[in-house]
Design a protein around this ligand. Structure first.
Ligand code: SF4
Length: 307
């Protein structure tokens, strides 16, 4: 058994998982399937596009895993799925898949997996730091994951990009004692007690390597977080769209004000970064900050056009 692995909890989740009798007919035949509880959050086809694809209003398996590495990836997607909508007839290797989270993404950032249905499957990220470990948005408070975060020093700071992605913030606070950051414009009864509410539009340093940048629009209190002038955690403000081949944002899923969101995207042009890690949509990295800036300009031009 791997360190910190809660095998019982892993299997408890497996028991609550997808039902073959509810599997979509557009899954290709084989042991891996998606069932009708899928909310089309995009996590599985973001993690394993060779195996899962978007199929209208849900995900489906378009190719069965062909080797051990693909089986492992499929099982990681199964565990990351917020709704337990992915099933498999062969559960061998599930412990190794659980132990693979948090998953290193480079630049000292880890993907937590274990997304929450309460944040519609938004991705959360873990960053070990000398000044105290950082969590960006909340994963599902899965015991095995929390044990592994604790084994890496726990969480000192939990930065919440906006009110939709707070998920299990209270359980994380209870477990790690982390200070929670959320813009006051997004405070709700559940988050009224966060330790470090933010105000206004001015960026604020949260550490020598961390800059909190209010970017209202998607919600009134949306924000991005800049790590070392390299990585920008964007919440639901900005992401990469493989279908459009560019950076993107959504007028349709803008809950506060689109003009405000566009102004926030304009302001992001003044910051230096070369990689974005969003809550939804795909991550993307440019070779240089200049190349990222050009991509942002291209997106702004496209987004300024007719919807
Ligand atoms: S991760 Fe789960 S809920 Fe999200 S698209 Fe895949 S099957 Fe659906």
């Amino acid at each position: 058994m791997g360190s910190g692995l809660d095998t019982g909890a892993v299997h408890a989740k497996m028991r609550a998982m997808a039902q073959r009798s509810r599997a979509y007919p557009d899954n290709v035949p084989g042991p891996l399937f998606v069932d009708a509880s899928c909310i089309d959050c995009g996590t599985c086809y973001g993690m394993a596009p060779a195996l899962f694809r978007e199929a209208g209003d849900h995900s489906a398996v378009h190719r069965q895993p062909g080797d051990a590495a693909e089986r492992h990836r499929a099982l990681m997607a199964l565990l990351a799925c917020p709704t337990g909508s992915i099933g498999t007839d062969d559960k061998a290797g599930i412990e190794a898949a659980a132990a693979a989270f948090p998953e290193p993404l480079g630049d000292g950032v880890f993907f937590c997996g274990y997304t929450s249905s309460r944040s519609y499957g938004a991705w959360s990220y873990f960053v070990p730091r000398e000044d105290g470990n950082l969590l960006v948005d909340s994963p599902r408070a899965f015991p095995g994951l929390l044990d592994r975060l604790e084994a890496q020093g726990g969480v000192a700071l939990l930065v919440l990009s906006h009110k939709d992605d707070v998920a299990d913030h209270a359980r994380l606070r209870a477990r790690f004692g982390c200070a929670r950051v959320l813009h006051e414009a997004d405070l709700e009864p559940d988050t009224a007690g966060v330790e470090l509410p933010q105000r206004g539009l001015e960026p604020r340093a949260l550490g020598p390597d961390l800059l909190y940048i209010p970017t209202p629009g998607h919600t009134a209190g949306s924000a991005c977080l800049l790590l070392r002038e390299e990585v920008l955690f964007t919440g639901d403000t900005l992401w990469w769209s493989p279908a459009r081949g560019r950076l993107d944002a959504s007028r349709e899923h803008c809950w506060h004000d689109w003009a405000t969101q566009m102004a926030s995207l304009e302001r992001l042009r003044t910051f230096r970064f070369r990689r974005i890690l969003p809550g939804h949509g795909r991550a993307w990295a440019a070779d240089t900050p200049g190349a990222m800036r050009r991509e942002l300009d291209r997106a702004l031009a496209a987004l300024a056009g007719p919807s």
